[in-house]
Design a protein around this ligand. Structure first.
Ligand SMILES: Cc1cc2nc3c(=O)[nH]c(=O)nc-3n(C[C@H](O)[C@H](O)[C@H](O)COP(=O)(O)OP(=O)(O)OC[C@H]3O[C@@H](n4cnc5c(N)ncnc54)[C@H](O)[C@@H]3O)c2cc1C
Length: 321
C-alpha cells in the first residue's frame, strides 16, 4: 500500500535514483514500485525519468572516505568529541538540520559503521564536529582512532518532520533536547537563527549529568533554560511555555520516551504547533536496503527509517500509542 504521506529524503538528490529503484521498491515513485500508473506526491524532478535516462541504473552511491581527525576531546567518562576535516562540498551538504554520517575506526570492518549526527559545521575551515556517547562495541572502538577516521555521507534523515523546519522564517521555536541529543540540536538552532527565527532552548543533561555543548552556546543569540524532562516539574515547565508562548514548532531531541512526553505536553496545552523529532531508527546501511531500520506502521505498511521522511505524528501514532 502506498502511504501518501511518505517522502524520501534522497529524492531529487545526487543519490536518486538508488538501489530501491532498481528493485521496484522506490519509496515515492509508483512506476518504480512496479505499478502501471503514475501516482506520486513528489513535485521535484521525475525519479522515473531520471532512472530511464540512466539506462535503468541507480546513480553512484556514497563512498567511504578516510578523513583527518583535527582534534579529539573527551568529556567526563563517556563523551568523545571529534573535529574532522572534510571536503568543501561535504561541509556544505552537512549543514542541513538532521545531517549525519557513518563513521568507524579504519582498523575495523564495515559493520562497525555507526551513525553520528553533525553537531557543528565550520564552513570556512571545512571541519565538522561530532559528539559520541560511548555505549557499546561500535562507539567504544572509536576511541582507538588515531589521526584518521573512515566516514561515509552525507545522510540527511536524522530528523522527522523536517519540512516544518524548512518553512520557518521570523517565528518562535521551542527546541528541547536531552542527553547526547543536545548535539544535533545545535545544527538545528544555527539553521533556525540563519532564517531569523527566535529560539528558546530547553536543555536536559540527561543521565550524563553534564551539558557537554556549553562551549558551543556562547555565540548563539537564544534563550537557554535548564529542564529535567523526567520530573513532573520539568514537563510542567514545557507545558507552561507552550500555553503562554507563541511557538510555531516544537523540536524534540532525545529517546522515543522523550518525544512521547513532549508530545503529551503539546496535546495538553491545546496549542496547534508542528512537531519535529530526532530519528531514533536503528540505521545500519543508510540506503534502505539492509532492513535494520524497517518499521511497521499502523496502516500495515513497512517503511525504512533511514530514508523515509515522516510526519512526527504519524510515527508517534504508529509506534507509541
Ligand atoms: C540518525 C542518528 C544520529 C545519531 N547521532 C548520534 C550522535 O550524534 N551521538 C551519539 O553518541 N549517538 C548518536 N546516535 C546513536 C548511535 O548511533 C548509537 O548510540 C550507536 O549506534 C550505539 O552503538 P554501540 O555499538 O556503541 O552500542 P550498542 O550497545 O550496540 O547500542 C547502544 C544503544 O544504541 C542503539 N544502537 C545500536 N546500533 C544502532 C544503530 N546502528 N543506529 C541507531 N542506534 C543504534 C542500541 O539500540 C542501544 O540503544 C545516532 C543515531 C542515529 C540513528
Amino acid at each position: 500500500m502506498v502511504n501518501h504521506r511518505l517522502e524520501c529524503i534522497d529524492a531529487g538528490s545526487e543519490y536518486c535514483p538508488c538501489y530501491l529503484a532498481e528493485t521496484d521498491d522506490c519509496i515515492i515513485c509508483s512506476h518504480l514500485q512496479g505499478k502501471e500508473f503514475c501516482d506520486c506526491n513528489w513535485n521535484g524532478v521525475c525519479v522515473y525519468q531520471d532512472f530511464y535516462w540512466l539506462n535503468e541504473k541507480k546513480k553512484d552511491i556514497r563512498k567511504t572516505i578516510e578523513a583527518q581527525i583535527v582534534d579529539k576531546k573527551i568529556i567526563g567518562s563517556d563523551i568523545l568529541i571529534l573535529k574532522i576535516k572534510v571536503t568543501k562540498t561535504l561541509a556544505r551538504q552537512l549543514m542541513q538540520p538532521g545531517s549525519y554520517i557513518f563513521i568507524r575506526d579504519p582498523n575495523q570492518p564495515f559493520f562497525f559503521d555507526v551513525p553520528m549526527s553533525i553537531m557543528r559545521v565550520d564552513r570556512q575551515k571545512t571541519e565538522i564536529d561530532v559528539a559520541i556517547q560511548l555505549l557499546g562495541a561500535k562507539t567504544k572502538k572509536l576511541l582507538d582512532c588515531g589521526e584518521k577516521v573512515l566516514l561515509k555521507g552525507p545522510y540527511w534523515n536524522g530528523l522527522l518532520g523536517l519540512k516544518h523546519l524548512k518553512r520557518l522564517k521570523e517565528k518562535n521555536i521551542l527546541v528541547i533536547a536531552r542527553g547526547i541529543a543536545l548535539a544535533p540540536a545545535l545544527l538545528v538552532i544555527e539553521y533556525l537563527l540563519s532564517h531569523k527565527n527566535k529560539v528558546t532552548f530547553m536543555m536536559d543533561p540527561g543521565k550524563m549529568g553534564k551539558i557537554f555543548i556549553e562551549d558551543y552556546l556562547h555565540d548563539l543569540d537564544i534563550e537557554v533554560l535548564r529542564v529535567n524532562l523526567r520530573a513532573e516539574e520539568g514537563l510542567a515547565m514545557v507545558k507552561n511555555l507552550l500555553v503562554y508562548g507563541a511557538y510555531s514548532v516544537v523540536y524534540s531531541g532525545g529517546s522515543d520516551k522523550v518525544h512521547s512526553r513532549i508530545w503529551n505536553q503539546i496535546k495538553d496545552s491545546g496549542k496547534d504547533v508542528q512537531f519535529v523529532i530526532t530519528n531514533n531508527g536503528k540505521l545500519c546501511c543508510g540506503e534502505g536496503v539492509c532492513g535494520s531500520c524497517s518499521l511497521k506502521l499502523k496502516d500495515g505498511s513497512t517503511i525504512k527509517m533511514c530514508k523515509t521522511q515522516l510526519e512526527a505524528e504519524t510515527l508517534i501514532g504508529g509506534r507509541y500509542e
